[in-house]
Design a binder for this molecule. Structure first.
Ligand code: P6P
Length: 341
């Protein structure tokens, strides 16, 4: 181990993980490529109005959402950065209807990369933190030209997951299955430096994150659970709660990884055809792996998110994640409701 005062770069951390047998050389290089792309995105986001990158792109994505200029820029940066490295077989993005195999002109590797290039982009124009979320899966044995179906693997099969928050500082949060670690971008050196090893989520919390304006659309156990939070110490929960909602998943999850809490985006009847707002493959799964690796829990209100077998690339899922005891409490409300005669 280096002397305490010697900073450990992301590169050095990944080399140590490779020596420990936790990552392959290809996975190490893939994560370095994603980190470099996040640095480029951070520069673009940081320019704000001076970079001419605010506002709508005038296009829509497969989700039916208006794309921000930075959504498109971030997506293009990740596509370009990952095309030529030789570590990936294919990639999938919130911004693209279908996955893409790596172009034939480049060598293909053994991994699949999925990402939300700029989560929370509705916050860009009001200068609130946004971020990139990514998930890495193995390309199935013998598959040289991956298609959408090859990406449909359960979240417990992820070999790496992380996000980069573009906030007051730019921080990369990463797991390769051996804890969760935080790397802060040293803008002068242009490198990510290990600033927090082994992040952990406190088991208990007094803070919940949810968009309360949807309350009338939730199912009964969800309404009861939040009512009991709001009653506070006089009610069945026996303690008072505080609320936060940034409406940028990466920022809300980062707060929870840093000090605990529970993040909830439940099913609501606004659009019964959608079982939630957040996407399983490149939002819920990577965030759930990070939270579980940090000692927290993540369910869809009834089962562990990482155990869900996906059937669509862009499928949505209700999300309850964060402090283990609080996620268990919220899930219990749903399971006890389902058990009623
Ligand atoms: P609402 C951002 O659009 C996002 O996908 C997540 O980052 C965030 O947690 C959620 O949607 C916010 O949704 O309905 O509160 O705007």
């Amino acid at each position: 181990m280096p002397p305490v005062d010697q900073p450990i770069s992301l590169t050095r951390y990944l080399i140590e993980e490779q020596r420990a047998g936790h990552v392959s050389a290809d996975l190490r290089l893939l994560i370095e490529v994603v980190a470099r792309a996040c640095k480029t995105i951070s520069v673009a986001v940081g320019k704000g109005a001076l970079g001419g990158v605010l506002g709508d792109a005038g296009t829509g994505n497969v989700q039916g959402e208006a794309q921000k200029k930075l959504d498109v820029i971030a997506n293009d940066v990740l596509l370009e950065a990952n095309a030529w490295g030789g570590h990936l077989a294919g990639l999938a993005s919130e911004e693209m209807e279908h996955s893409q195999p790596i172009p034939d002109v480049y060598p293909r590797g053994n991994y699949l990369l999925l990402f939300d290039p700029l989560d929370g982009s509705s916050n860009i124009d009001v200068n609130v933190s946004v971020g990139t979320i990514f998930s890495v899966l193995r390309c199935p044995e013998g598959v040289t030209t991956p298609e959408d179906a090859h990406f449909l693997q359960a979240g417990c099969d992820q070999v790496a997951a992380g996000y980069c928050v573009y906030g007051p500082s730019t921080t990369l949060i990463l797991t390769v299955g051996h804890g969760v670690h935080q790397f802060t971008l040293d803008r002068e050196q242009g490198s990510f430096v290990l600033t927090t090893r082994s992040m952990t989520v406190p088991e208990e919390t007094k803070e919940f994150a949810i968009n309360m304006s949807n309350k009338r659309h939730w199912e009964a156990p969800m309404q009861q659970y939040v009512d009991d939070l709001l009653i506070g110490r006089e009610g069945p929960r026996g303690k008072d709660f505080n609320m936060r909602w940034i409406a940028s998943m990466v920022a809300d999850v980062h707060r929870i990884l840093t000090r605990g809490g529970v993040f909830i985006y439940p099913w609501d009847k606004k659009d019964p055809g959608k079982p939630g707002k957040l996407r399983l493959m490149y939002e819920a799964n990577p965030m759930s792996l990070l939270i579980e690796q940090a000692g927290g829990a993540a369910t869809n209100g009834r089962m562990r998110i990482l155990d869900i077998t996906p059937d669509q690339l862009h499928q949505r899922v209700p999300v309850f994640l964060g402090s283990k005891k609080e996620v268990e409490a919220a899930t219990r409300y749903h399971l006890e409701h389902d058990a009623l005669p």
